[in-house]
Design a protein around this ligand. Sequence first.
Ligand code: PBG
Length: 311
Amino acid sequence: MSVPELIRIVSRDSPMALAQVERVRTELAVLHPGVRTEVVPVKTTGDKWMGDLSAVEGKGAFTKEVDAALLAGEADLAVHCVKDVPADRPLPAGTVFAAFLKRDDIRDALVHPGGLTLDELPAGTRIGTSSVRRVAQLAATHPQLECVPFRGNANRRLEKLAAGEADALLLAVSGLERIGRTDVISEVLSAETMMPPIGAGILALQCREGDTGLIDAVSGLGDTATHREATAERMFLHVLQGHCNSPIAGYARVDRSGELSLRACVFTPDGKTRLNAHEWAGPLDPATLGTSVAVALLRQGAREIIDGIPH
Ligand SMILES: NCc1[nH]cc(CCC(=O)O)c1CC(=O)O
């Protein structure tokens, strides 16, 4: 199958998303020096709507318009943060993941202009975050801090922080790396301190199902360990069937010996209840590991917690 001459790449138009596209173009140029690429930026509902995301109809606020451009043939390849691709349902009909790029840092960082660490922040410090996952974990470990709703892309959030709309922020390390702003990090939080979201730090390439020439051409950008981790994590979330307001966190890891494990948590919004599971795949394939960890949490009462949260 011959490599297409031109690949039109669609993505959100935030600085982070466009940096992600540049990574894909660079890696493509190494793999297929002859190929030309074009960028098709689109604004998504999640970029336009600055209110509560649970008020937006359906899921996929950061992916819907990107998927639509792909399906309409306005572009050939979509670049998504796996974290933003809904896992409770299949991918939009007619599209497939062609590759998961090698995973970036999965951790969250504290951004505090004074350079303090999370444990040093004085009581009443306002943390700008609308993430129910971050709010629940902070409430459990640092109840003296106050979370204030904060939306917008990472650059915009840094501007709002500088304007005094909050005293500190929690942002993904990988996102800050992509926009070239790791200088603002005052502390990188361990995955134990602040468990990351499903899919953290992973970029996925999505194509039209029948586009086999393109799928073959870009699949070489994929990373095997990341593929196993993404598959386990997304199946976990699929079985759990969460919603926008359910604090869920977790991550899979392929260790040095090649063994895959998945740990995951479900929280109540106040962080007071935390269900935990951690399993090794052993002979199980990644998707079955994801199912097994979800079932372990469901047995502990995850369904009741998730369904009990208004959404
Ligand atoms: N919802 C925005 C978003 N989507 C993906 C990332 C981080 C990068 C990644 O995990 O791929 C971010 C920013 C953040 O959470 O700080």
